[in-house]
Design a protein around this ligand. Structure first.
Ligand SMILES: C[C@H](OP(=O)(O)OC[C@@H](O)[C@@H](O)[C@@H](O)Cn1c2nc(=O)[nH]c(=O)c-2cc2ccc(O)cc21)C(=O)N[C@@H](CCC(=O)N[C@@H](CCC(=O)O)C(=O)O)C(=O)O
Length: 143
């Protein structure tokens, strides 16, 4: 898969961070408020296009949480629908890219991973206070 087969975000700062990961070959050093980022490559739910989607790094014992916060906006990020439609995708952490399967979690399982997510990136807690949308949490397990 050459880079030009995969779409960059239309959002400037997100595109810049993605380009840095692609140029350096690692997510190391790419952060939001000092917290590391990982890079997902998602398949569009409607277009089928591959799309680079950076998210905060929330990792525990080889599994990751992906939080569809979109800064506490009233609607889910569009990539939420991409994961729902195509839940198997690669995640790059540092220089390592592996395949994961994602599932949306709820109840106690979500509470456990929400706690880990907020511990990793405290602004998530503030985002949740900004919207009555329950911010979705996906659990990613190695394929
Ligand atoms: C603007 C829109 O962005 P979005 O998918 O809503 O996602 C908004 C943001 O969440 C997204 O930019 C994230 O990467 C922002 N973001 C985080 N966003 C989060 O929600 N959570 C995070 O933890 C997070 C961390 C993060 C770290 C670094 C960074 O650079 C960005 C970070 C977008 O990319 N639209 C594209 C793609 C649209 C798309 O995916 N279409 C689907 C159809 C989807 C459907 O409607 O079914 C398709 O191709 O088929 C477009 O309009 O061309």
């Amino acid at each position: 898969m050459t880079d030009n087969d995969v779409e960059l975000s239309p959002t400037g700062w997100v595109q810049d961070q993605t380009k840095k990961i692609l140029e350096t070959g690692t997510t190391d050093g790419v952060e939001v408020q000092g917290v590391p980022v990982v890079l997902l490559t998602l398949k569009g739910a409607k277009s089928g296009k591959l799309r680079y989607t950076p998210v905060m790094r929330v990792e525990h014992e080889g599994r990751y949480a992906v939080v569809a916060s979109k800064g506490g906006a009233p609607t889910h990020p569009v990539w939420y629908y991409n994961i729902k439609a195509n839940p198997e995708f690669p995640l790059q952490d540092g220089t390592v890219t592996k395949l994961y399967v994602a599932r949306e979690i709820e109840g106690d399982e979500r509470a456990e991973w929400w706690e880990r997510s907020v511990a990793a990136f405290p602004p998530y807690a503030e985002y949740q206070t900004k919207t009555d949308r329950l911010i979705p949490v996906f659990l990613l397990e190695p394929k």
